[in-house]
Ligand binder design. Structure first.
Ligand SMILES: Nc1nc2c(ncn2[C@@H]2O[C@H](COP(=O)(O)OP(=O)(O)OP(=O)(O)O)[C@@H](O)[C@H]2O)c(=O)[nH]1
Ligand SMILES: [Mg+2]
Length: 461
């Protein structure tokens, strides 16, 4: 049982119609009783889960704000504790003043994610579900949202528990032999571990192989547009955004600072950065821009290289293509809208330099080839695999690592069974595989791990 009462402002700090101060714990009702004056003769304690009109007052009885208060009696609440939510006016000062009163009457300021941590500790959500809450808040596209909602519903947890049960089944077969630890694994049991174990291992592998796609939906892809000056990089960003975000001029060196935007490509959030054109330069400011671009390329998941069809390939373009040798990249020949006679780039020359990478002709100005480009990007980052919306996708890198660790233990157990190792050794590997999986749902998570997960949350959640 957690004894203390926590409080925080749960809405963003800024101007808004309403702002909510949330209080959770054994003292929540008591604190509300001291600072809330209902508008009529209602006792809010008798009005579970209803909004009651009134005022928050300070120690001297002076009104701080006109509010609606909602008292929610545990255990049917987010944290399973008594919760009071005070809906004040959404301004920094009213919310702060109300929070101050709550803290002055005995609550303590909640840590980031502490409401959700309590929801987990009190058995309201398992760990994967609690993690999905922050994914919902941070989702960038419809698809990332629906993935996170599915996880909150417990679909991932269900799958993980199924896998755990299958491993337990294997363990039971091994342990039937364990009374005779000196013995090697009984012939039949050994075969069963190999046969059934391989099946379970396949399920692991499928989940792991789809995890990168899940991660792409959850985190997005960091993409950078590079190329010589004046080739149309900013125009391409605008074409992808379908709005005029970046400044486009015919003066080389227009873009100096990096511009970052998020676009939605078939449900995948693409965090896309327009850069300063890469060229040898003596302009000091531009030099800094070019240096930044190099760093950005190193950090990016995907690079879009823009070439200018009119200007043709030059040494600088070749240098740029050299720079991305190790990166996932698409090569775009821009300005295909001009008269054919003006085009000085040969696709075969480009292809020779970039080997198997896709080369597309586009016009950033007219929007030609942009759909095709989006299709290529989607296929590149998902491996062309379309996953149905009811498929359980592992989207969190932490979950993927746990699955990999668990799979390794299972593999060890199978190998052990193949070599007819003593039963207790095979049993240890199976138990470790089972235990690792519990880190996803939290059944075997350590205090340390929990701290690490919840400290990444926002305040008030
Ligand atoms: N004909 C044609 N002109 C284009 C196209 N894309 C860009 N341009 C023109 O090329 C010039 C440079 O475009 P920007 O988008 O500013 O090029 P940039 O690569 O961002 O240039 P810097 O930021 O200076 O490196 C502008 O005059 C654009 O109108 C295109 O598809 N067709
Ligand atoms: Mg530009």
């Amino acid at each position: 049982m957690i004894e203390d009462t926590i409080a925080a402002i749960s809405t963003p700090l800024g101007e808004g119609g309403i702002g909510i101060v949330r209080v959770s714990g054994t003292g929540a009702a008591d604190i509300a009783g001291k600072i809330f004056r209902a508008g009529s003769k209602i006792n809010f304690l008798n009005e579970n889960r209803k909004l009651i009109y009134g005022h928050i007052v300070d120690e001297k009885g002076v009104d701080l704000d006109e509010v609606l208060l909602c008292y929610m009696k545990g255990p049917h609440t987010y944290t399973r504790e008594d919760i009071v939510e005070i809906h004040c006016h959404g301004g920094i000062v009213p919310m702060r003043r109300v929070l101050e009163q709550v803290l002055a009457r005995g609550a303590r300021l909640a840590q980031p994610g502490e409401f959700s941590k309590r929801a987990f500790l009190n058995g309201r959500l398992d760990l994967a579900q609690a993690e999905s809450v922050i994914d919902i808040i941070r989702s960038k596209t419809d698809r990332s949202l629906s993935l996170a909602v599915s996880q909150l519903k417990g679909n991932l947890s269900k799958k993980i528990t199924e896998l755990q049960n299958k491993i337990l089944g294997l363990l039971a077969r091994v342990e039937a032999n364990i009374d005779f630890p000196e013995e090697d694994l009984e012939e039949n049991a050994g075969e069963a571990i190999i046969r059934e174990g391989e099946k379970v291992l396949k399920e692991f592998e499928e989940m792991i192989s789809r995890a990168d796609t899940g991660r792409v939906y959850r985190e997005g892809i960091s993409t950078v547009i590079i190329g010589n000056t004046n080739v149309g990089k900013s125009s391409l960003l605008n074409a992808l955004l379908r709005e005029n975000r970046a400044i486009v001029t015919d003066i080389p060196g227009t873009t100096r600072d990096l511009i970052e935007e998020v676009i939605n490509i078939r449900g995948i959030p693409l965090r896309i950065i327009d850069t300063a054109g890469l060229r040898e330069t003596s302009d000091f400011v531009e030099k800094i821009g070019v240096e930044k671009t190099r760093e950005t390329i190193n950090r990016a998941d995907l690079v879009l290289v823009v070439l200018d069809a009119v200007r043709g390939l030059d040494d600088e373009d070749r240098a740029i293509l050299e720079l991305i040798k190790e990166k996932k990249a698409l090569i775009l020949i821009n300005k295909v809208d001009v008269d054919e006679a003006k085009i000085r780039i040969k696709e075969s020359d480009v292809r020779r330099l970039v080997r198997e990478r896709p080369v597309l002709w586009i016009s950033a100005l007219k929007g030609t080839g942009i759909d095709r480009l989006e299709k290529e990007i989607f296929e590149m980052v998902t491996g062309g695999r379309v996953t149905g919306s009811d498929t359980v996708l592992v989207a969190n890198i932490r979950h993927k690592e746990v699955l990999e660790r668990s799979a390794r233990h299972l593999q060890e157990a199978i190998t052990g069974a193949r070599q007819a190792l003593p039963v207790d050794i095979v049993a240890i590997d199976l138990r470790e595989a089972w235990e690792a999986l519990g880190e996803i749902t939290g059944s075997t998570a350590t205090e340390d791990l929990l701290d690490r997960i919840f400290e990444d949350f926002c305040i008030g959640k």
